[in-house]
Design a protein around this ligand. Structure first.
Ligand code: NAI
Length: 328
């Protein structure tokens, strides 16, 4: 067994938390030879519920669980952490304006960014799941001036996995037959699931489906999947979101497979005409804990329009939270 690493999870008593913690503790994220110490953050009123979750974690007697810290103090939660999964966020309430939502989340993610800046390991890997995920990640990043901006990522992996599943179902393939799926942009209904570079059993995916299905069924189904789950289940996706968070962190820590890539919300660097300043979904390969944007993909007019539309939305979100950024 290796030396334990510290993994922070916020919103740990929530529904994603309940689907996520047991898998992290069981070794699904970092491997069966990597013990973890969980740092669980909740708001004060949720601490009793969190204690119940801690009791259950202990009752699993996981070989890879080396300890649990449960707290409502962000500075304790992020002390010396190697990984941080920021799940807890303020959901959009009835009649809540977008501006109020961004403001409420700023009040969560600005202090969390600062606490990561002050207490986390210098190479901490941060994944923001709580919505609006990309912009919450930007707020946290902008409040952590001493950390590498690339420590901060947002989750578009659930969208990536949903796209794999829809394409597999349509073509009769298994999800593992599909490589090089891409989600560009925001984790929102403007995201652009792109199959132009994807392959199914080594052949171009775009040739396996008709254009009308891709445009009129596939893209909207992936974009609207979250809403469809809420309608069916009466609650938002939790187990699939937790599973995608595990996939994101596992691949970031342990690397992508040869010949394939994954989608991650990461700081834009000008690649594909997306100016720096937003956290944008890109295709990436990962080696030794570092992600690299896949370069040289051909972008047609259809893709360009959609990539720019989701970028525009992210820049509007950014404009609404810029006053929350710390001075660099
Ligand atoms: P939930 O409401 O069941 O749990 C959220 C938990 O966060 C609650 O226990 C709450 O007490 C806690 N919390 C709130 N503020 C906090 C703070 N400042 N510090 C620590 N904990 C705090 O919600 P659920 O279903 O677990 O979802 C969490 C978030 O994930 C939501 O914002 C949701 O929209 C988002 N989400 C993102 C997805 C993605 O693909 N990026 C997919 C599905 C959900």
């Amino acid at each position: 067994m290796k030396t334990p690493v510290r993994v922070a999870v916020t919103g740990a008593a929530g529904q994603i938390g309940y689907a996520l913690l047991f898998r992290i503790a069981a070794g699904d994220m970092l491997g069966p030879d990597q013990p973890v110490i969980l740092h669980l953050l909740e708001i004060t009123p949720a601490l009793p519920a969190l204690q119940g979750v801690v009791m259950e974690l202990n009752d699993c007697a996981f070989p890879t669980l080396a300890g649990v810290v449960a707290t409502d103090d962000v500075n304790v939660a992020f002390k010396d952490v190697d990984y941080a999964l920021l799940v807890g966020a303020r959901p959009r309430g009835p009649g809540m304006e977008r501006k109020d939502l961004l403001e409420a989340n700023g009040a969560i993610f600005a202090p969390q960014g600062k606490a990561l800046n002050d207490h986390a390991k210098r190479d901490v890997k941060v994944l923001v799941v709580g919505n609006p995920a990309n912009t919450n990640a930007l707020i946290a990043q902008q409040n952590a001036p001493d950390l590498d901006p690339n420590c901060f990522t947002a989750m578009v992996r659930l969208d990536h996995n949903r796209a794999l599943s829809q394409l597999a179902e349509k073509t009769g393939a298994h999800t593992t037959d599909i490589k090089r799926m891409t989600i560009w942009g925001n984790h929102s209904s403007t995201q652009y699931p792109d199959i132009h570079h994807a392959t199914i059993k080594g052949r171009p995916a775009i040739d396996a489906v008709d254009g009308a299905w891709y445009k009129d069924t596939f893209i909207p189904t992936v974009q609207q999947r979250g809403a469809a789950i809420i309608k069916a289940r009466g609650a938002s996706s939790a187990a699939s979101a937790a599973s995608a968070a595990i996939d994101h962190m596992r691949d970031w820590a342990r690397g992508t497979a040869d010949g394939d890539w994954v989608s991650m919300g990461i700081p834009s660097d000008g690649s594909y005409g997306i100016r720096p300043g937003v956290i944008y979904g890109y295709p990436v390969t990962i080696k030794d804990g570092r992600f690299t944007i896949v370069q040289g993909l051909e972008i047609g007019t259809f893709s360009r329009e959609r990539m720019d539309a989701t970028d525009k939305e992210l820049r509007e979100e950014r404009a609404g939270v810029e006053h929350l950024f710390a001075q660099r």
